[in-house]
Design a protein around this ligand. Structure first.
Ligand code: UDP
Ligand code: MG
Length: 336
């Protein structure tokens, strides 16, 4: 029996003395915030109301992802008000996936819930998460039942992306599910073992497995502030998703190459036969150019695909840390 299976699987906070100051809480809420000064006060007010209603011990791990507005001050002030709020300031903007990773690494709860700062992940759902977790599920994720708060463009591109990803990769990533979910400590420990630099957290969440279930909800609009994502960022995110979970594009290049080689061979035979029967003819400039340009384009495309993988391999090979913590509030080894 593996070590993980051998562990007891009750949903109590952990082995240490629950009255001690260092007892890990039952729930860790992890929030990545990048320039969220407009929404944070609203966020804490609503979250704290929901959490006190649930009645479990909790901590809120806030990761300030290199914000250039007053996010850091607001988080520090929130911590002075409530010591259950802990703050990690990253040294620069590392992007949501890495900010969330920093938060998951530092969370101590028996169950961990990543949450967006803009209240698009309604905290009220956490009560349902906890109930299903107590029933024995390791992962409870939220699925939005409609995407009508997203634009038509975002909806169609997202649907196409997930359809393709699930086809070409061997992890099943649930459609319309975001990062909003509850994960048992066992899942978090498993996730901590995945230190790849090009991260696509939704894929990693699925990759680790465990007993999963879902709840439907309606995703509201941002409570305040504006989105940090544009189509270019989403496109790069999609590339990380595809290249991180599948080498199908590399294989596709092989088949493209093969198909064109076969076509070229038949065309060559055709030209040979035609020359033998009808003699040489000068015209043929157009078809030559088409073939040259097309093949040139194909070769660049395939090189580009190889480059995507090579580039990722390069960034993994450097073994740099995933993120740099500039300062932290509420952690043993950090100054207050
Ligand atoms: N975020 C972050 N770093 C970034 C971009 C975003 O930590 O570089 C956080 C942001 O503060 C928010 C969450 O990620 O809490 C989701 O971002 P947003 O609401 O802008 O994305 P959308 O909901 O529009 O996809
Ligand atoms: Mg949002």
């Amino acid at each position: 029996m593996s070590r993980i299976e051998a562990q007891s699987h009750d949903r109590s906070p952990g082995p240490s003395d629950p009255s001690g100051p260092e007892a890990p809480p039952t729930l860790s809420i992890v929030v990545a915030a990048y320039n969220e000064e407009d929404v944070l006060d609203l966020f804490f007010a609503r979250l704290e109301e929901v959490l006190s209603g649930i009645g479990e011990s909790y901590e809120i791990v806030c990761v300030n992802d290199g914000s250039r507005d007053r996010t850091a001050e607001i988080l520090a002030a929130a911590r002075r008000r409530d010591p259950r709020i802990r703050v990690i300031n990253l040294a620069r903007n590392f992007g949501k996936e890495l900010a969330m990773t920093a938060g998951l690494d530092h969370a101590r709860g028996a169950a961990v819930v990543p949450l967006d700062a803009d209240l698009q992940d309604p905290p009220e759902l956490i009560a349902d998460f906890v109930r299903l977790w107590r029933e024995g599920y390791d992962v409870v994720y939220a699925v939005r039942n409609a995407r009508d708060t997203d634009s038509w463009m975002k909806r169609t591109t997202a649907a196409a992306f997930y359809a393709m990803l699930n086809r070409v990769s061997n992890v099943e990533i649930p459609k319309n599910a975001g990062d909003f979910r509850l994960m048992d400590r066992r899942v978090i420990e498993a996730l901590k073992g995945l230190r790849e630099r090009n991260r696509f957290m939704k894929g990693l969440f699925s990759w680790v497995g465990f007993r999963q279930t879902s709840i439907e909800y309606e995703r509201p609009r941002r409570a305040a502030g504006k989105t940090k994502f544009n189509y270019w960022k989403l496109w790069n995110f999609a590339l990380d998703g595809i290249t991180g979970y599948s080498t199908a594009p590399l294989r596709a290049a092989t088949y493209f190459g093969l198909a064109f080689a076969v076509l070229a061979m038949f065309y060559g035979i055709f030209l040979l036969v035609r020359t033998v029967i009808f003699g040489t003819d000068v015209p043929g400039y157009a078809s030559t150019m088409v073939a040259v340009i097309f093949m040139g384009g194909m070769q660049l495309l395939v090189l580009g695909i190889i480059g995507e993988y090579l580039g990722r391999l390069y960034s993994e090979a450097k073994q740099r840390p995933l993120y740099i913590v500039e300062s932290a509030l509420g952690f043993d080894d950090a100054e207050e």
